[in-house]
Design a protein around this ligand. Sequence first.
Ligand code: BMA
Length: 343
Amino acid sequence: MSGRNLFVRNPSNPIITADQLPYPANTVFNPGAARVGNEVVLLLRVEDLRGISQLHVARSDDGITDWRFDDEPLLAPHPDHPEEVWGCEDPRLVYLPELDQWAITYTAYSGRGPLVSLAMTKDFREVRRFGPVMAPDDKDAALLPRRFDGRWVMIHRPAPITGPAHIWVSYSPDLRHWGDHAVLLEAREGAWWDAGKIGLGPPPLATDDGWLVMYHGAHTTASGPIYRVGLALLDLEHPEIVLRRSDEWVMSPVKTYESVGDVDNVIFPNGWVLDEAADTLLLYYGAGDSVVGLASARYSELMDYVRHCPEHHHRRVSDDGTVRNTWAPLSAVPDLPGRHDSP
Ligand code: BMA
């Protein structure tokens, strides 16, 4: 099956627009998603009429229709938090069984650039801020739900001053102090759909085959970037090891609400909800930085697809038998015939 047919857009897309909200808003997009009890909770990025984003809760029984919107934002810029002066954006939601709380990693837009902030909630009604956990420029972050060898794991996307922006992995003993930073997944080069800049999508999902990762790639064109999404698989016990990565994108902006918006040509998912019994993965995404779209995939088909994606080329087996990702640029991977090779 082609990756392009895995996700089917909901016929009532866009499922949430700004004119449905009980407060004035310019746009609503890039929601985090979670199943909490019998409800699907979305943490919506709502951009107000000044251009500043806040995070608002919406709830629905089926995750598709009859959204109920809280009147007050869960997270909005607060005077005690200057790092949020220009907004709270693009949340990822992960339940941490050890703490019996939901971790919210979000982009705090500080006067010195976007950074990663962390907050905790039990019920999406009250929230406790941890404050910044990664310095600017850094965004697109999610935690894994458990510790590995005693340490928490965060996947995120720092932006270098020059050169491509890759996805990184970092470790912490306490969720506050992060280190052992390493590149996890590299942006490709040249004409590839995921050349130049990539970033994590929804929080990685634990599957029998490994951590299922969806990531966005922003390919630059003469009329601006096109944001598309692809898939990867990380080793379940060693999430710093990339097992597989799709060559093709699995979703690309084609519908008018994806191609035309405050920012054209954007599909930006940062939340998904799995119903394993129904074999359905619901993917929530920002479309055109303006509205919320929903697409669903057959979970079994998706996993079959990703199991057959190319093996990742950056793995290296050390003398002691451990497998690590290397830092070699993709162009250095000796997999494809070079120009000097004879047929
Ligand atoms: C990224 C983020 C997202 C946004 C996307 C497309 O850098 O800022 O919030 O949806 O660009 O504009």
